[in-house]
Write a protein of this length. Structure first.
Length: 417
C-alpha cells in the first residue's frame, strides 16, 4: 500500500493510499504520534522503516506499522549542532549536521540523551562549517549538498562506508545546495539564491543549468520523467512559494502546479501525484496531473495548520522507495594491424536510450584491441537500448535496469580491426 509520511514539530503522521479520493477526506486529521520533546527536521527511508531526525534524537517507524509502533533511536545532533539532512539504506543512517559533519550510524541504536556521538557511529567526513543541507544515496554513492563557508558552497560525492573519501562534484559559489534528486540518468540539485535547478552528468566535470527560478527549497523525482521543485517567490514581504513540474527530457519546460503557498517547505513526488507542505490554513496539498494543472490543487481537508505547518514529507510506494540502477557498457574493438591503426577511428559514441525521454550520450576513446568500460548510473528501472557508433558502424544491444543493481553489456567493433 502507498503511504505518505509527514512530520512537523513533534507531530508524526502517515496517510494510507494518499492517491485516493477517500484519503483527501480522512488523512492527517490528527497526528499518529506526538514527539513533544523534539522538532523533526529530516526524513528518509530504507524501504522497511521510515526514519525521522530532529533536535532530540531520531525516530524509527516500520512502514508496515503505519506510524503506530515507532521507537526512538540515536540520530544526532551532536557537538551542539543541528540535524539538517538524512539518508538510509540496509540498516544504516547517514546524518548531515549544520556544523558540516556527516555521520554514519546503525539505524537501530536505542536513544540516549548525550552531546557526543556514540562509539557505534563513524564520522564519515567534515565539510568544515559548511552546513550539510541535503543528502542522497544512489548507486552506492552518497551525494551531499553543502552550504556556504567563506562564500563557497560545494556539491560532494562520497563513498558511503569509507571515511574521508568525499570529493567535489561542483562549486555553486555562494548558493547552497538545498535539495538533491536522482533519476533519468542524472543527478539533480536545487540551489539557493536565484536558483537554478542543476543537471549533473557524473561522467563530466561540473553541472549544467536546467531550469531557472528559485531559491529551490526542495526537488523530488517521480520516476517517470518529471521533477517537482518547490521555489520561493517574491509576491510580498512574506515568504510565498510555488511548485513547478519540470521535464527531465527538455530544458526550461517547467509548468506551475501550486501557486501562492505561504511559507513553503517541501515537495514529495509519486508516480502520478505531487504533494506539498506549506503553512496555509490547509498546509498539505495534492495535485495531479502535472502537465494540465494550473490551478490550486486540493488540500487534505482535515489537515490543520497547527499540526502540519512546514511539514517534512516522504512518499513510500507499495513496492518500496523509488530507486535507480545502472549499466556498465564494455566496448571491445578488434586489433588494427600495422599502419592501418593510424587511419582507424580512435573514438566512439555510446548512447543509452529509455522511456520518458532518457537519452545519455558519451564519447569514449578506443584502444587497439583493448576493452573500454563506460558506466551509466542514476537510471530509472526499465528496458534500455544501448547504441555504439564508430567509423560508420553501428551496434545495438538491449538491457534491463533494475533498482539498486548495475547491469552489464558488451559491444564489439569488428570493423575497427
Amino acid at each position: 500500500m502507498n503511504t505518505l509520511w509527514a512530520a512537523s514539530g513533534g507531530n508524526v503522521g502517515v496517510c494510507e493510499s494518499p492517491e485516493s479520493g477517500t484519503a483527501l477526506d480522512t488523512c492527517f486529521g490528527a497526528p499518529a504520534g506526538r514527539w513533544r520533546d523534539n522538532s523533526v527536521s529530516a526524513v528518509a527511508t530504507d524501504g522497511s522503516n521510515v526514519y525521522f531526525a530532529g533536535t532530540g534524537g531520531g525516530l524509527s517507524c516500520p512502514v508496515s506499522g503505519r506510524g503506530t509502533d515507532c521507537t526512538r533511536i540515536m540520530a544526532g545532533p551532536w557537538d551542539g549542532s543541528h540535524v539538517m539532512a538524512l539518508a538510509a539504506s540496509n540498516g544504516q543512517l547517514w546524518i548531515g549536521q549544520k556544523d558540516g559533519k556527516i555521520y554514519r550510524c546503525p539505524a537501530n541504536l536505542p536513544y540516549q540523551a548525550r552531546s557526543t556521538k556514540p562509539d557505534e557511529c563513524v564520522l564519515l567526513d567534515d565539510a568544515v562549517n559548511r552546513p550539510v543541507s541535503s543528502l542522497l544515496l544512489a548507486n552506492d554513492t552518497l551525494y551531499a549538498g553543502l552550504g556556504t563557508y567563506k562564500k563557497e558552497a560545494l556539491l560532494w560525492s562520497c563513498l558511503p562506508n569509507s571515511p574521508n573519501r568525499c570529493q567535489d562534484l561542483d562549486h555553486p559559489g555562494n548558493k547552497t545546495v538545498l535539495s538533491l534528486a536522482a533519476g533519468g540518468g542524472y543527478l539533480w540539485a536545487g540551489l539557493d539564491g536565484g536558483g537554478p535547478l542543476w543537471r549533473c552528468d557524473l561522467d563530466r566535470e561540473g553541472c549544467d543549468d536546467w531550469a531557472q527560478g528559485g531559491p529551490i527549497l526542495s526537488v523530488s523525482y517521480d520516476g517517470r520523467g518529471m521533477l517537482y521543485t518547490f521555489i520561493e517567490t517574491t509576491l510580498s514581504p512574506s515568504t510565498y512559494g510555488a511548485v513547478l513540474a519540470c521535464s527531465t527530457a527538455e530544458k526550461n519546460t517547467c509548468s506551475t502546479v501550486l501557486r501562492n503557498a505561504y511559507a513553503p517547505t517541501m515537495v514529495a513526488a509519486a508516480a502520478d501525484r505531487v504533494y506539498a507542505s506549506t503553512c496555509d490554513k490547509r498546509p498539505l496539498y495534492v495535485g495531479s496531473p502535472p502537465r494540465s494543472l494550473y490551478v490550486e490543487p486540493t488540500p487534505y481537508s482535515r489537515s490543520t495548520r497547527d499540526d502540519w505547518c512546514q511539514a517534512v514529507l516522504l512518499h513510500v510506494p507499495a513496492e518500496g522507495p523509488l530507486g535507480v540502477g545502472g549499466i556498465d557498457v564494455r566496448v571491445k574493438p578488434g586489433p588494427v594491424p600495422g599502419r592501418a591503426y593510424r587511419r582507424a577511428s580512435s573514438t566512439a559514441r555510446v548512447t543509452v536510450d529509455g522511456r520518458h525521454g532518457v537519452s545519455v550520450t558519451r564519447t569514449i576513446r578506443l584502444r587497439n584491441g583493448l576493452p573500454t568500460l563506460e558506466q551509466f548510473d542514476l537510471l530509472d528501472p526499465g528496458r534500455y537500448r544501448v547504441t555504439l557508433r564508430t567509423a560508420g558502424v553501428t551496434r545495438h544491444r538491449t538491457v534491463r535496469v533494475r533498482a539498486g543493481q548495475t547491469g552489464a553489456v558488451t559491444l564489439r567493433c569488428p570493423a575497427h580491426g
